[in-house]
Design a protein around this ligand. Structure first.
Ligand code: HEC
Ligand SMILES: [Cu+2]
Length: 430
């Protein structure tokens, strides 16, 4: 800035032999100031433009919709672009005529306004044109919405249950029928708190992904156990609210292998942003393999016995107690099963060390509740604690799973408070 200013100043000095009046100096100062700020502005604008162009080139693709992985997703993309072109043409047309008229017939040129009140022809034209445009937009859009709603002839049906703040998946019909699991955020706390750098799929990664075969029509039934959630995978063009007490459905037929991510899209409480959705699309063979691995899992469901299978279908209802409650386990069995359940469900808050993260998440090691009356602890974990992050696990874990996780906490990290059997849990379910 200084340079350009002193350059102008030099030129001014070189007006040899001329007498500079006070006024002249002031005018010069003002002009040079103006020039300075104009140059400054222009420079900033240029720099900004360059930055935008560079960043723009890299981000151009990200400005668009997510790359579709279903026909409906692709159709949404097409209709979005088609309408976009249409509105750009309308925009240019309308504003073109408007600006031309304002300019060409301006008052300073002595233009006189024409007076065409109640001109039937004009009125018909400006009613018919928008009507035609509407039809041209509504026709394909309606076809698409109807296709989105058509869940007939599906080959696989999966029930999705929204919970504060995780998703339950139950494969209710088709290959894999009976598979059931809860899917929750896998991003470590350290990344969320910023003490660790954020991973590639920050807040978009889960412990148990929903797995589906490619090319098969999958019907998704949505419901919720507490408040309204909404299930959405942008790349599939499938989105449906999950409402307590209602079952709604949507569907998708993935035509590309890969991992697709989405999020809960209905504000559902304080951890709404922490219940992502991940769907893995695999080949038919890999799907069969996955089903086999789920049907015959190592520890947890095995140990939980037939109850695990029986309890799978209806997640919103408490896992049936009858079958599992009858069985009595040894402390060692309960502890082994319990550790897995603890790792899958409790570790995010209470930590692997059982030390929690006080004051937000209390330590279970040495806790009065954990070392006290088992019924108090069972009730707390079954029903959660209103108004805190401690959720009710009664609907997600069956009696055996709850008994084992409680036994694990009662006998780890220095705690020594005895065993909880499935029957103890069953007795406290309403
Ligand atoms: C999202 C975080 C979170 C998760 C996951 C979680 N808890 Fe908690 N838990 C809490 C909070 C917060 C409290 C304290 C509630 C309060 O204010 O009394 C708590 C309290 C408890 C207590 C009472 C401790 C005491 O001394 O008061 C027990 C027992 C407990 N949780 C067990 C579990 C078990 C078992 C699991 C897994 C099945 C689990 N929690 C999962 C957040 C969580
Ligand atoms: Cu939600």
């Amino acid at each position: 800035m200084l340079n350009s200013r002193s350059f102008v100043a030099c030129a001014f000095e070189q007006r040899a032999g001329q007498q500079r009046t006070k006024k002249e100096v002031m005018v010069f100062e003002r002009v040079s100031m103006q020039r300075t700020s104009i140059i400054k502005l222009a420079r900033i604008a240029l720099m900004a433009l360059a930055a935008f162009t560079l960043a723009g080139a890299a981000q151009a693709l990200e400005w668009n919709l997510r790359e579709p992985a279903t026909k409906i997703g692709a159709d949404i993309h097409t209709i979005h672009e088609y309408v976009m072109i249409l509105i750009v043409v309308i925009f240019v047309g309308v504003f073109g005529v408007m600006f031309y008229s304002v300019f060409a017939h301006r008052k300073s040129k002595g233009a006189k306004a024409a007076n065409f009140h109640e001109n039937t022809t004009v009125e018909i034209i400006w009613t018919v044109i928008p009507l035609l445009l509407l039809i041209v937009i509504v026709w394909p859009a309606t076809k698409l919405v109807i296709a989105q709603k058509d869940t007939t002839n599906s080959e696989l049906t999966i029930k999705v249950t929204g919970h504060q703040w995780k998703w339950g998946y139950d494969y209710v019909k088709g290959e894999g029928e009976g598979i059931s699991f809860v899917s929750q955020l896998k991003t470590p706390h350290a990344q969320i708190e910023g003490t660790e750098s954020k991973g590639e799929n920050y807040l978009l990664e889960v412990d148990n992904e929903m797995v589906v075969p490619i090319g098969k029509k999958v019907r998704i039934l949505t419901t919720a156990a507490d408040v309204i959630h909404s299930w959405w995978i942008p790349a599939f063009g499938a989105k449906q609210d999950a409402m307590p007490g209602f079952i709604r459905d949507t569907h998708f037929t993935a035509n590309k292998l890969g991992v697709y991510r989405g999020q809960c899209v209905e504000l559902c409480g304080k951890n709404h942003g922490f219940m992502p959705i991940v769907v893995r699309v695999v080949s038919a063979e890999d799907y069969t393999k996955w089903v086999a691995s789920q049907k015959n899992p190592g520890a947890v469901s095995d140990a939980a016995g037939p109850a695990a299978d029986a309890s799978t279908v209806v997640a919103a209802a408490p896992a049936p107690a009858a079958a599992s409650a009858a069985k009595t386990y040894t402390p060692a069995e309960l502890k082994t099963m319990g550790e897995k359940i603890y790792t899958a469900n409790c570790i995010g808050c209470h930590q692997a060390t059982g030390k929690g993260m006080p004051p937000a998440f209390p330590a279970l090691s040495g806790s009065k509740v954990v070392n006290g009356d088992k019924n108090v602890q069972i009730a707390l974990v079954l029903n959660g604690k209103q108004g805190t992050a401690m959720a009710a696990f009664g609907k997600q874990l069956n009696d055996t799973e709850l008994a084992s996780v409680l036994t694990y906490t009662r006998n780890s990290w220095g705690n020594n408070a005895g065993v909880v059997q499935p029957a103890d849990v069953a007795a406290l379910r309403k």
